[in-house]
Ligand binder design. Structure first.
Ligand code: 26V
Length: 790
């Protein structure tokens, strides 16, 4: 149990009294440090409990953990939000206001990083011994500023501003070897000479779940110089700078081509430090590792955990190759998060060989042995697909599949595409490894914390057991025809819309109509996510309003938010285009009664927590087959927004759960897209020939109308034209517009609409990450449940 009101008041007064300035920042610091110390103690107790039990532990290794703010989440999971709120109120503060003092640590790009954070929450909430390993980047993802409609980036150093939730553990530091050369002895022993060592210092962050379960650990590694003598010729100053760089900043997700060396250093640094720490925890004979430890690698980014584990087992513990391989391939499992070719990691062989010679050496042997086991009769293409080393590159996805005991996709369509297409050859060899684990989101952060008003309404209807067992939200289905309840539900949405309006007002936009339909697309900017299609459609609506005095649709507000990777010029032009259209629409005296466009600058987890509860329409419009799962789609449905989307990723399972008539489905199917891609016979020009409205839109684009001057839309025009519209924007635009028409019509019958929204909430329980994590535990990790007795 957390402190009583009296205890907490006393503690708060004591800390706050010592503050120099008695403002919101001081109130935040005082409260946060009290909570931090409380959970840190629980974390230590949990650690002792795990050690004593000798039960299997899971380590989730990920280059990204997109946590969001901690104070609310920790208080809420401790069941202490109310008491903290009361104590602060008595002291003249509002908890909601002081929360805004907390820097949102952006240690992730998007879905993959946020998923890792949701998983941490679910592991702790289910009482499962699962811990995260990551890098303590000094700078998270860049801050986005909009200047004249263009995205500008600036670095953020969250750690300097951050009231620390993590604790440094110097005594648990390990050392990671880079460079140097290998000396191979006749008996097979390998020595690594003249290596340059980097110290990895862990900072441990407590992960508090709901349900008063154990407090797990997210360990963040910081790179520092270590005391070993440097090899001759290595300059001390340069060494120190290069060391600090390793944990300096998170890579944006398209910069695979830039600064490759540093990204590779980060990956090995994380893998090596984490594996060494796992062995240092110890408590079991090395050969029993798979019975005591499961390691999940989040995409291929930490795939070097495979050769690193081999290295430790062979060079450190003297195991033979076969013994080490048997252990490795029973310990490590891999999740794939994308089929986009450009995100499939490949490293130049020479780079690995130079930077991590022993690791390269082991990868070479993995490849050699694997190739030797391949059946005869494979054609050239198949052999390429099955090669770890291919055309002077190391293919991390092949390494990850070969070295893991389980491989999964993140939604059922995605897993099928992996099996039938992207990894077809590997699947033919290892059919038993492949499985699906549809993503989930923590309903604690995304419903209980972000939408307390809806939480209360749900609890009034079905009691609060659903908080522990979110699938019980299904009981809400019995009340779907209760008009009074649906009216209350509508009132909650209205309230959340007004709260959002207030937040956006603070950022300078005064013109949002609370009666308008809140239509939201928030996610990273990418061609396949098709923010372009959304904004082109807004422009089509604007044209119709101008040209047809009888067309006076229900007012709509279109919200956009998201960052484009700094070197992704196309995506940055789409951001510019959204601002250009916003400018036109919002300043048009007629159109602005019906349309309003808002761009949320520097979109992050905290913004998402305000936007999603206020949403009525959830835009999930990726080109079918491209979005591995999506998790925003789940957050929206759980908050009663209706999905307007393609049959892609987890949308498929959402539509299955709620029935297609409770969503607005449109566009090409994954199969159609893949067929077009295989045949190469999609011709955007044919779409233009048939559709005068789209033709006009393109003409406007070419004339520079949508972008303050043609030059700014050059890449967009090229993509839609010369580059043959690779994401099928023109092809799906018409069916997208029709889906919008169906949506607006449905909105006209508010009672029916609320019923549909209610159905979405009722069937969102299966998208809780508690379900996902339980499935991973049952099928992959085999963990036992714990309770912390305090
Ligand atoms: C790629 C790279 C390339 C090198 C530089 C750093 C970097 C960072 C990230 C990535 C790939 C990101 C892949 C990703 O975020 N996938 C998303 O994963 C979500 C969780 O499974 C899923 O819901 C989304 O559909 C999927 O796009």
């Amino acid at each position: 149990m957390f402190y009583s009101k009296e205890e907490l008041t006393e503690r708060f007064k004591e800390r706050f009294g010592q503050m120099e300035k008695r403002d919101n920042a001081a109130a935040y610091s005082s409260m946060a440090s009290i909570v931090q110390e409380f959970v840190e103690e629980r974390r230590n107790m949990t650690h002792a409990l795990y050690k004593e039990s000798n039960e299997k532990q899971l380590y989730y290794i990920s280059l990204e953990f997109l946590l969001g703010r901690m104070l609310r989440s920790n208080l809420s999971n401790l069941g202490a939000y109310e008491v903290a709120s009361d104590v602060l109120r008595d002291a003249g503060f509002s908890l909601e206001e002081i929360e805004e003092q907390e820097v949102d640590p952006g240690l992730g790009n998007g879905g993959l990083g946020r998923l890792a954070a949701c998983f941490m929450d679910s592991l702790a909430s289910l009482g499962l011994p699962g811990h995260g390993y990551a890098i303590r980047y000094r700078g998270g993802l860049f801050t986005q500023h909009i200047e004249d409609g263009f995205q500008k980036e600036s670095p953020v150093h969250w750690i300097t501003k951050h009231d620390q939730w993590d604790v440094r553990h110097e005594e648990l530091a390990v050392e990671v070897p880079f460079y140097g050369k290998l000396i191979k002895h006749e008996d097979g022993a390998v020595e690594h000479e003249d290596a340059i060592w980097v110290k990895a210092v862990p900072y441990d962050m407590p992960i508090v779940g709901g349900n008063s379960g154990p407090v797990n650990t997210l360990r963040l590694w910081q790179a520092e110089p270590c005391g070993r003598p440097l090899p001759v010729g290595v300059d001390k100053g340069q060494y120190e700078a290069a060391t600090a760089e390793i944990s300096d900043r998170l890579y944006p997700d398209d910069s695979y081509d830039e600064g490759k060396l540093l990204r590779l250093k980060q990956q090995y640094f994380l893998c090596s430090a984490s594996l060494q720490a796992i062995f240092n925890e110890g408590g079991f004979p090395v050969k029993e590792l798979p019975e005591h430890v499961a390691i999940q690698i989040n995409d291929t980014h930490p795939a070097m955990a495979i050769p690193e584990l081999m290295r430790i087992l062979m060079d450190g513990h003297g195991l033979t190759w076969d013994a080490a391989w048997a252990i490795t391939t029973r310990t490590i499992s891999y999740t794939n998060h994308t089929i986009l070719e450009e995100a499939m990691e490949k490293w130049d062989q020479w780079l690995l060989k130079e930077l991590v010679p022993r690791i390269y050496d082991i990868i070479e042997e993995i490849d050699r042995r694997f190739k030797a086991t391949l059946p005869g009769g494979l054609n050239e293409k198949e052999r390429h697909k099955l090669a770890v080393l291919d055309e002077k590159q190391v293919k991390m996805a092949v390494l990850a599949v070969v070295g893991s005991y389980k491989v999964n996709g993140v939604a059922s369509l995605h897993t099928e595409i992996l099996k039938k297409r992207e990894m077809k050859e590997l699947y033919a060899i290892f059919p038993e490894k492949f499985h699906n684990k549809t993503n989930g989101i923590t309903h604690r952060r995304w419903l209980i914390q972000a939408n307390p008003e809806l939480t209360e309404l749900i609890t009034e209807s079905i009691g609060d057991q659903w908080k522990r067992e979110p699938e019980r939200l299904a009981e809400l289905a019995h009340y779907g025809a209760d008009t009074a309840l649906l009216r209350d539900f509508q009132a909650v949405k209205r309230l959340k819309k007004n709260q959002l309006i207030q937040a956006v007002k603070a950022a300078g936009d005064n013109a949002i109509d609370p009666d308008s339909i809140f239509d939201i697309q928030i996610k990273r900017f990418h061609g396949y996510k098709r923010q372009l299609m959304n904004i082109l459609h807004v422009r089509m609506l604007h044209d119709r309003i101008r040209n047809d005095a009888t067309f006076r649709p229900h007012p709509r507000t279109f919200f956009f938010g998201g960052k484009a990777a700094p070197s992704y010029h196309f995506a940055k032009q789409v951001i510019k285009m959204i601002h250009a259209v916003a400018q036109q629409v919002n300043s048009d005296p007629v159109a602005r009664k019906y349309l309003h466009v808002v761009f949320i600058e520097d979109y992050n987890v905290s913004h998402a927590e305000k936007l999603i509860p206020a949403a009525e329409v959830s835009e999930q419009i990726s080109t079918a087959s491209k979005e591995a799962s999506g998790t925003g789609n789940m957050k929206f449905m759980m908050n009663g927004a209706l999905t307007l989307g393609t049959v892609d990723g987890a949308n498929v399972e959402i539509f299955e759960a709620i029935g297609e008539d409770n969503a607005f489905v449109f566009g090409l199917s994954a199969e159609q897209v893949m067929r077009f891609e295989a045949e190469g016979d999609y011709r955007p020009a044919e779409v233009l020939e048939e559709d005068a409205q789209i033709r006009q839109l393109i003409a406007e684009l070419e004339a520079g109308e949508l972008s303050d001057g043609a030059a700014n839309a050059e890449l967009v025009i090229r993509q839609l034209g010369a580059e043959e519209d690779p994401f099928f924007v023109l092809r799906d635009l018409n069916s997208y517009a029709l889906a919008h028409e169906r949506m607006v019509e449905a909105y006209g019958d508010q009672l029916a609409w609320q019923g549909m929204a209610w159905t979405n909430v009722a069937h969102s329980g299966i998208f809780s990450s508690d379900r996902t994590i339980q499935q991973y535990s049952d099928d992959v990790w085999d963990l036992g449940r714990f309770r912390l007795k305090v």
